[in-house]
Design a protein around this ligand. Sequence first.
Ligand code: THU
Length: 158
Amino acid sequence: MEKREIRILVEEYAGIEALNENDRNLLSEARKISEQAYAPYSGFHVGAAVELSNGKQISGSNQENMAYPSGLCAERVALFYAGSSYPEAGIKTLAISAINQEGERPDVAAPCGACRQVMLESEMRAGTPMRVILDGNPIRILNGISSLLPFSFKKEYL
Ligand code: THU
């Protein structure tokens, strides 16, 4: 038996002012749209904003439903909206922000497993690594979905 360590590289920023202008705008948009979440059941408000290779920006918030599984996370709302509006454009960067039931920002706006899988597919379609900005304390930036989803399920395995 051998053990192997798998490392990921994470950039950490003390606050939104420390980000470059582009990333700051994208994260601001994610924060803003989280206020428009429809989350009467969880009280957890999430916003996602994507920057596309064609320069467009698209954002979305989580949309819940009384039949719980019918709702959708903010990341998938934004990514599917981007994929359906601009199928030829790749996703350059995705910013995620959340506010919990107490009205506080969690330490890390970590995407759920299903969203990570969808992010992987968007990245594969684009053919270039998708940067991911996770709001929190600190703000974290990852350069590619493999940092969020090691040993991922890939279409080559089908
Ligand atoms: N949620 C997101 O929108 N994104 C995530 O990455 C995690 C969870 C939503 C789903 C649900 O509306 C609420 O947050 C609580 O899980």
